[in-house]
Design a protein around this ligand. Structure first.
Ligand SMILES: Nc1ncnc2c1ncn2[C@@H]1O[C@H](COP(=O)(O)OP(=O)(O)OP(=O)(O)O)[C@@H](O)[C@H]1O
Length: 268
């Protein structure tokens, strides 16, 4: 198991606001994510969660506010600096966003090929990444030949192949049935507990969020196991957005014990 590193911010979001056509989508959003933390981003549909992820990755500039990733301000980065930053960020897009014309190997190797990594080395790393998502047998298949859950696994392998220091998951279980969703959350949990990669995960499914908070990856049995005695993972925290504003930022226990009526209703 890697050594525990001292806490330091990997992501700092300060007073971020953005509007589209007079529709304020994010309103003065601030929060910090420290190294090794997994933050589950919850909130009603249309609350600005996906827009926030795209702003963090420098895909959309905010109207105001500051985003620091690995200590560097994203909002003022030039294109080349954004590329450098994104080399350290793995993003799992909504609905997988695979390239239909490429087979699984080329989809997963995409970033490595862009960086000019030696083909033999790239192949080895693709095999490792597919092994991690338990999809080694699908290396030659095309996205159209895969189930929704398999496509999601491929997109996770693609995000992990560069061994990122920050992973942004945009609704990784969206559109999947409950059983397949759980298998995807187990992969996210395995990544969290084996590599301790700082992560931000949007989910619409409260079950996924609480599964992540209440389970650990057991490397002996290679399965997710319930933390005993009602325990929770100390590195998993929650951020809840409603109508573009942060309505909760804290630990699992703070969330489940909140007396805020809106939160209680949202969680019920
Ligand atoms: N590029 C854009 N141009 C105009 N409006 C946009 C754009 N991107 C997002 N929006 C609007 O911003 C709002 C928030 O969208 P966003 O996708 O971030 O919400 P969300 O919380 O991720 O929702 P969901 O849970 O449905 O995925 C929506 O009203 C959406 O229509």
């Amino acid at each position: 198991m890697p050594e525990e590193k001292p806490k330091e911010p990997v992501l700092e979001v300060r007073n971020v606001s953005i509007a589209f056509d007079n529709n304020r989508v994010l309103d003065d959003v601030s929060f910090t994510l420290n190294n090794g933390e997994t933050c589950v981003l919850l909130g009603p549909a249309g609350g600005g969660k996906s827009v926030l992820l795209k702003i963090i990755n420098g895909l959309i500039p905010p109207d105001s506010g500051s985003i620091r990733v690995f200590g560097q301000e994203v909002t003022t980065m030039k294109q080349q600096e954004l590329f450098q930053m994104r080399r350290r960020v793995g993003m799992v897009f909504q609905e997988s966003a695979l390239f239909d014309s490429m087979d699984v190997e080329d989809n997963v190797a995409y970033r490595l090929n862009e960086e000019g990594v030696d083909p033999a080395e790239a192949h080895k790393r693709v095999e490792e990444a597919l092994e991690f998502v338990e999809l080694g047998q699908a290396i030659d298949k095309f996205p159209s030949e895969l189930s929704g859950g398999m496509r999601r696994r491929v997109s996770i392998a693609r995000a992990l192949i560069t061994k990122p220091d920050l992973i942004l998951y945009d609704s990784p279980t969206g559109g999947l049935d409950p059983i397949t969703s759980t298998t995807i959350v187990e992969l996210i949990l395995k990544q969290r507990d084996e590599s301790h990669t700082t992560s931000l995960m949007i989910t619409h499914r409260l079950q996924d969020a609480f599964f992540l908070a209440t389970h650990h990856w057991d490397s002996a049995t290679k399965s997710a196991t319930l933390i005993p005695d009602g325990g929770v993972d100390q590195n998993t925290k929650f951020l809840v957005l409603n109508e573009g504003r942060v309505v909760f930022d804290g630990s699992t226990l703070e969330l489940t014990h909140s007396e805020d009526p809106w939160l209680q209703n949202f969680l019920s």
